[in-house]
Design a protein. Structure first.
Length: 201
């Protein structure tokens, strides 16, 4: 049984702590992505993927293939080049997400379904760059979030924590609606929906 009063107290404490520690850094990143939204310019892309990827410990560089035909390659250079070469797809999905911002208050679940779909499209795209079938789930959730605040941020720690609170049986009814997403991210978003619904009760 979820203790709603405890959840509300802990969530308020978390928000206040986050505001105190990282709000300024977040604001800088939001503004950077607003001022330089596209992905066809080297300087824009390198600044965004470098700062977001490293500041939020996505470890994306560790997942990138660093050798080709016996030659050592720089992971960050590869990431930047990959993003630029696929800028049409990346910019399209970010624009699609930004269009959803106007609908957020009307049907938040529908908005989240579309976000999960766009995230999955980019997860599949980035698998071309990553080694050993790794996924850019965390990196892409954070990267997309700074281009649009409606995108839920995913990482291993928050995923593990919410699994302790919201159980698998609580999200079964959402499975069909979120079937077209990265499994880990879709699972996380479904639990977020139930979690925030519980806070409102």
């Amino acid at each position: 049984m979820v203790n709603i009063k405890f959840l509300k107290k802990e969530f308020t404490k978390y928000k206040n702590e986050r505001k105190r520690k990282v709000a300024l850094g977040d604001d800088v990143l939001y503004q950077m992505c607003k001022d330089y939204p596209n992905h066809d310019k080297y300087a824009w892309v390198k600044a965004k993927v470098g700062i977001i990827g490293r500041a939020y410990q996505t470890f994306i560089e560790r997942l990138i293939k660093i050798s080709h035909k016996g030659k050592k390659l720089n992971a960050m250079d590869q990431l930047v080049a990959f993003v630029i070469s696929h800028h049409v797809t990346i910019d399209r999905e970010i624009k699609n997400i930004r269009k959803l911002e106007k609908q957020k208050g009307k049907d938040s679940q529908k908005v989240l379904i579309e976000i999960v779909k766009s995230h999955e499209i980019l997860v599949r795209l980035f698998k071309q760059l990553l080694r050993n079938h790794h996924s850019a789930t965390s990196f892409l959730s954070k990267y997309l979030h700074f281009h649009s605040r409606i995108v839920p941020v995913f990482d291993g720690k928050t995923s593990r924590n919410i699994r302790k609170i919201i159980k698998r049986k609580d999200i079964l009814k959402l499975d069909e609606k979120f079937k077209d997403g990265d499994p880990n991210y879709a699972d996380y978003v479904k639990r977020l929906i139930v979690f925030f619904k519980s806070l409102k009760n």
